[in-house]
Design a protein around this ligand. Sequence first.
Ligand SMILES: C[S@@+](CC[C@H](N)C(=O)[O-])C[C@H]1O[C@@H](n2cnc3c(N)ncnc32)[C@H](O)[C@@H]1O
Length: 220
Amino acid sequence: MNEITKFGARYYGPGYTWSAYRELQNEYNNFALKETGKPWWEEFAKRLRRGHKVLDLGCGSGVPARFLSGHGLRVVGVDVSGDMVTLARKQDPQGVFFRAEMDEIRWPMYSFGGVCSFFSFLHLPKRRVKKLIRDIHEWLLPGGVFAVTIVEGEGEGLCENFMGRGIPIYLSYYKQPEFCDMLRVAGFTVKDTKRLEVKTDNFDETELFFLASKTGTLGE
Ligand SMILES: C[S@@+](CC[C@H](N)C(=O)[O-])C[C@H]1O[C@@H](n2cnc3c(N)ncnc32)[C@H](O)[C@@H]1O
């Protein structure tokens, strides 16, 4: 697991994320390509219909976005890293991508059929994640779906050796009930959760997946 070495939200700074993904962009892109064997994207896409608009928060190099566009979804991606946005635009020419912090752009109510965040809440302080989940609920259409993957653990703060590469980055970890509560408090119904133990060359971690929906019926 990528260890937090300095605990507390005061260590948050988007500059860490920006620099880390500048250095790790190609490595992370290769990592994302290996994610295709995991169920997250499929579970999300199958609850939506062709033509639905989806928001991908922390879209990275656009590997999930390309998958979602391939399923006929209209993808809007947001990432704080300009390098990742450049890769995403190449990887998924059908998607529309913005460089911003994921909670910085205010979307109108009922903008999306689906919202997803694959391993990007990992880098945001919990307090902001709580607020963002409430906003996502508002941005979704009635019956809309929210898919999110996070990493199991406790606490938040600065990790000074991300991916075993000596790179500093902010991390926040959650227990499964803690995250379910955040979804429920925001008004979501949790439809599915999954847990996957992962071993990479540099670290081991337990990945948690949540699929939640907003009350109502999602139209065409
Ligand atoms: C672990 S990568 C995951 C990328 C992509 N979701 C995927 O699964 O391939 C995390 C991504 O979240 C982005 N990110 C982290 N903090 C962010 C923030 N505050 N706002 C927007 N993007 C952020 C990073 O730049 C990075 O591209």
